[in-house]
Design a protein around this ligand. Structure first.
Ligand code: URA
Length: 269
């Protein structure tokens, strides 16, 4: 690189220096670095992000191209479509083995304009029978938690990571989560809430692509596709460990603050 070019580059760098603050640009530091850069071959380009998903994979067609890397999938924006269109696309889903044991697909329920969305794990027996998320014992506790936050179930939207009941209420398996995830992502892209509350390990770890235990994730604000996300304990866990309700309530109070709501100290019992 000629000295003239280096001077030009340094001048440009001075003009752009303020942009370094956001960490989004790499600006060559000095003359030596510029010289080194001129002689170093360009690094291989990072893989292109996955194409925007407008349709979930069809049940019968095997993927034609290799799956995009997980990080690219997590970062890929999803088209905004109405919830009923997403439900239609889910159809009589046979995309994973949970279809064989379910009675009903539990898509989600609540306000399609909700600013607050709760994401649980997967339907249990009551939900499978009624087709509505969180209507059993854990659901009754969730309803109390929502009301303690000064919302009603009609204000919020509730859905799950997997839409079909895992047999004997076992944990959803990775292939089942992967098959259902495009629909959860599409729901959240449709709703564009102000805050997502991720209930328990599966919702938190799936949305955040973070395998940190829920005991450490909970209570810390995170982001999912630009939306504030608060991980907290699952109500079913709180039924088993009522002492943990106290910390879960702290998490929910953080969420209330985001909505300018004051707690009166009451929590869902
Ligand atoms: N637990 C969940 O995670 N979701 C439900 O819908 C019910 C219980």
């Amino acid at each position: 690189m000629s000295d003239e070019l280096i001077d030009l580059a340094l001048e440009l760098r001075r003009h752009l220096a303020w942009q370094e603050a956001d960490g989004s640009r790499v600006i060559l530091a000095d003359r030596a670095a510029l010289k080194a850069a001129a002689t170093t071959p360009a690094p291989a380009r990072a893989p292109a992000p996955a194409p925007v998903a407008t349709r979930a994979p069809a049940a019968t067609t095997p993927a034609a191209r290799p799956p995009a890397p997980a990080a690219a999938v997590a970062a890929a924006p999803v088209a905004r479509r109405p919830l009923d269109e997403i439900r239609r696309e889910l159809g009589d889903c046979q995309r994973c083995k949970l279809c064989s044991g379910r009675k009903t697909i539990v898509f989600g329920s609540g306000n399609p304009r909700a600013e607050l969305v709760f994401v649980g794990e997967g339907p249990g027996e009551d939900e499978d029978r009624q087709g509505v998320p969180f209507v059993g014992k854990a659901g009754q506790l969730l309803t109390k938690m929502i009301e303690a936050m000064k919302f009603s179930r009609d204000d919020v939207y509730i859905c799950n990571v997997v839409k079909c009941r895992p047999p004997d209420n076992r944990n959803p398996e990775p292939d089942e989560i992967a098959a259902c995830e495009p629909f959860l992502k599409a729901q959240l892209a449709s709703l564009q809430p102000k805050v997502i509350v991720a209930l328990g390990k599966f919702a938190s770890q799936t949305l955040l692509r973070d395998s940190t235990p829920i005991t450490r994730l909970r209570g810390q604000w995170r982001e999912y596709q630009g939306i504030a996300l608060m991980p907290t304990f699952h109500p079913a866990y709180l039924l088993r460990q009522p002492d943990e309700k106290r910390v879960a309530w702290l998490d929910l109070q953080e969420v209330m603050k985001r909505f300018g709501k004051q707690s009166d100290g009451k929590k869902g019992q």
